[in-house]
Design a protein around this ligand. Structure first.
Ligand code: IMP
Ligand code: MG
Length: 178
């Protein structure tokens, strides 16, 4: 595995994004909604850098990808989410890749009549975007590599790594024999 962002770089990037968010929402009460499961580490760190009153909730989005590269259907489960009617919502996700996930979750949240919906992502993969949507806050732009750690997984593993690493071919082979 090749380290792409160290623990310190991640910390600094998240702190920087937090100040941008603070500035943008000064004087307003934020409702942070983390997209499960990839955003859990980011949400935990991000909210502790934002020094203003906020509510925190979660929503679940899972795409059932097959063995091929075709995109599976996105299933959004909002049963765990807090009430966002009339609130300024900040959706938080781990990575913005094609953009379809975030675009669909933003659209889904409109059903609950929030005052506004913005979004913040840890990572944005360069040159991969397909959806007609861009996140409002991005901590890092990264090259088009498959990354794990700091909440991001490969087959539900590696979320606990405190750094961000890109998975190389030999890692995938090792993973298979685990
Ligand atoms: P999108 O809908 O293509 O933007 O995909 C976003 C989702 O795909 C993220 O929430 C991740 O769960 C997953 N994903 C995309 N790229 C990566 C990666 O490099 N590592 C781990 N998960 C990824
Ligand atoms: Mg994910």
């Amino acid at each position: 595995m090749k380290t792409l962002l160290s623990k310190e770089e991640l910390h600094d990037g998240v702190a920087r994004m937090a100040s941008d968010i603070e500035r943008a929402f000064e004087g307003r009460q934020l409702t942070i909604v983390g997209i499960l499961t990839g955003s859990v580490v980011l949400v935990a760190d991000l909210i502790r850098h934002i020094d203003q009153p906020m509510r925190v909730g979660v929503i679940q989005a899972s795409s059932y990808r097959g063995a091929t590269t075709t995109r599976g259907d996105l299933v959004i489960n909002s049963e765990l989410m807090l009430d966002i009617a009339g609130r300024d919502v900040l959706l938080v996700d781990d990575i913005f890749d094609t953009g379809h996930t975030l675009q669909k979750v933003v659209a889904k949240l409109q059903d609950f009549k929030p005052a506004s919906v913005s979004s913040a992502v840890l990572l944005r993969k360069q040159g991969r975007q397909e959806a007609d949507y861009e996140p409002n806050f991005t901590a890092f732009n990264i090259p088009d590599e498959f990354v794990v750690g700091y909440g991001l997984d490969y087959e539900d593993m590696y979320r606990n790594l405190p750094y961000l690493a890109s998975l190389e071919q030999e890692d995938l082979e090792k993973h298979r024999s685990m």
